[in-house]
Design a protein around this ligand. Structure first.
Ligand code: ATP
Length: 575
């Protein structure tokens, strides 16, 4: 919790104001019972109306001022707590952006969302409460005790019984509640995970009639969340009745002993009234503190989860003094590269060496799960190699700045990812300042111009979330146009032609070849047709290279390639 408090630094002056206003407000509130005792014991006893009016006036002034101070405290508290949560959210977001995919997978996307929203909100609420109560409660407790003891030392002995009883209640309750708060946040993670999976996979869920199953899964998680929530609230629900019980017993004891003392003529009525009010203040401040004791552990559980992300040191480091390549042609060279996913026993790619040269096309082919995607994701450093090295134009990519490296690459993922916005905005994601002509040229090469111009609003046509209003092939072509518009040195296409028909696939590859003569082309493909013209084809099998060469060379020398070719021939023949 303390680690995360460093985010309060920019708000230190607001916190000073909160403390000063709380100090002012609480002092005025503490003054009120004393003034009231004066009204009763001096004004009423002596029937002194001017004194009553004058002291009454002071009481009103104190009360009004106390309200103003309290409003100011609330205003600055909310402002500070909200500002704090905004800053933490921003830091968390920036941090997550610096993670490699390994780290994102380690924490989990759903958990990262919960941590950035719900967990930060927990800390924000508690901070707000702390600002409102944590200075007020100790001040009131201390001031109340001092003033009560000064007024009636012997009557104050009652607190020696009630205060430890209150403290014990708080300790017992918070010890039971704290572990449950951690569980509650985990249950929130699970809820988010199921909701996210169901929403992103809504077509599959409906297509396979799994709505009921998903409902059941969600209900289970929802019920577990509810049950834990009830457990927590049941414990918290005990706090107030117990507190009230102790407070009421304390009041009974004060009135009883006070009455005896008044009867004996050693105490005045006004004094008893003031004492009762101080007692109420002392006990109220303890209730406030107990609430804080219960809420802080909850925020603590959230703060730990936030810190876990903030303190996670990204495996992938940007070099302090990045090297830049001399000839910026785009040659990619793999040297004995091995990579393994987090916790995986077997390497996803092993001992890979090849060179993809500028102006040439390197195709990667292999059965599913053979490591094709993994291999190409190592080039933009989505993951870092476990051993070996990858060099671009002779410079190890770990020695380049990540921004520079990725600036040289036009990456088209296996599943087209589009963002809500217009078609033009989605293409400009590749190059922010691309002109209309550049966007149109990219769309043309990507064989997307026809379907875009057919749309009433052309490139200003809205793309809905995830490209939901476009077909699979249209999405793929837009994501290709996005890579083309930046005119990179290296193009990486991860099975990006799979949703296209043969004719469009062939036209697209022809247009690409003409437009991007000097660039390095690395394409992953399933179809032999897509790769047969490549300058070199790499055949992957279970993460290892089974053969490298041209189509003709591999047909003669590589059994796995021959198998792929013949299996596709059979498919075509039987189709
Ligand atoms: N994020 C991940 N975490 C753990 N293992 C993974 C991850 N992604 C892929 N793998 C594993 O790594 C291996 C290679 O996967 P990869 O996606 O590179 O294969 P691929 O050849 O591209 O397959 P496909 O043609 O089906 O896309 C597989 O065994 C897969 O289970």
């Amino acid at each position: 919790m303390l680690t995360i408090m460093k985010f309060l630094k920019p708000y230190r002056w607001q916190i000073v104001f909160i403390i000063l206003f709380t100090l002012g407000g609480t002092t005025l509130e503490l003054l009120l019972p004393t003034l009231m005792a004066e009204v009763v014991d001096v004004g009423i006893v002596n029937s002194d109306l001017p004194y009553i009016l004058q002291t009454g006036g002071w009481m009103i002034a104190c009360a009004v001022l106390a309200v103003i101070f309290t409003v100011a405290v609330m205003f600055f508290s909310s402002k500070t707590a909200l500002g704090f949560s905004k800053d933490v959210r921003r830091s968390l977001f920036t941090k997550v952006e610096s993670f490699s995919l390994q780290e994102v997978e380690k924490v989990g996307t759903a958990s990262l969302i919960t941590r950035t929203t719900n967990d930060i909100k927990q800390v924000q609420d508690v901070l707000n409460m702390i600002f409102n109560m944590m200075t007020r409660a100790p001040l009131m407790l201390l001031g109340g005790i001092i003033l009560a003891v000064m007024r009636e030392p012997s009557l104050s002995l009652i607190f020696l019984a009630s205060l430890p009883a209150l403290a014990l209640t708080i300790i017992l309750i918070s010890r039971k509640a704290i572990p449950l708060f951690k569980v509650l946040q985990k249950k929130t993670d699970r809820l988010n995970l199921i909701l996210r999976e169901t929403l992103t996979g809504i077509r599959v869920v409906r297509g396979f009639n799994r709505v009921e199953y998903e409902k059941k899964r969600f209900n289970e998680a929802n019920e577990q969340f509810r049950d834990t929530g009830i457990k927590v609230n049941r414990i918290i629900a005990f706090v107030f009745p117990l507190m009230m019980l102790i407070m009421n017993f304390t009041n009974i004891a004060i009135v009883w002993l006070g009455a005896v003392r008044i009867d004996n003529g050693v105490m005045q009525v006004g004094n008893l009234m003031a004492f009762l009010q101080y007692a109420a203040m002392i006990l109220m401040s303890l209730v406030m503190l107990s609430m804080a004791f219960i809420m802080i552990p909850r925020a603590q559980a959230s703060a730990v989860r936030i810190n876990e992300v903030l303190q996670l040191s990204p495996d992938m480091k940007n070099p302090d003094e990045p090297e830049t390549e001399i000839a910026a042609a785009g040659t990619v060279a793999f040297q004995n590269v091995t990579f393994r996913y987090n916790g995986a026993e077997k390497a996803a790619v092993e001992n890979i060496s090849f060179k993809a040269e500028a102006g040439k096309t390197t195709a990667i082919i292999g059965s599913t799960g053979s490591g094709k995607t993994t291999l190409i994701q190592l080039i933009p450093r989505f993951y870092d190699v476990e051993s070996g090295s990858i060099a671009v134009d002779g410079v190890d990519i770990r020695k380049m700045s990540v921004k520079h490296l990725r600036g040289k690459i036009g990456y088209v993922p296996q599943r087209a990812v589009l963002f809500s916005g217009t078609i033009a905005e989605n293409v400009r994601f590749g190059k922010e300042d691309a002109t209309d002509q550049e966007v149109a040229a990219a769309l043309e090469t990507a064989q997307a111009i026809d379907f875009v111009t057919e749309k009433e609003q052309g490139t200003s046509t809205a793309v809905s979330q995830g490209g939901g209003n476009l077909s699979g092939g249209q999405k793929q072509r837009l994501s290709i146009a996005r890579a083309l518009v930046r005119k990179p040195d290296i193009y990486i296409f991860d099975d990006s032609f799979s949703a296209l028909d043969y004719k469009t696939d062939a036209k697209l590859r022809k247009a690409l070849k003409e437009q991007t003569k000097k660039a390095t082309f690395i394409i992953v493909a399933q179809r032999v047709n897509t790769v047969r013209d490549a300058d070199q084809i790499i055949v992957l099998n279970e993460g290892k290279i089974a053969g490298i060469g041209t189509h003709q060379e591999l047909l003669e020398s590589c059994t796995i390639y021959q198998e792929i070719v013949s299996s596709q021939r059979t498919e075509e023949e039987s189709a």
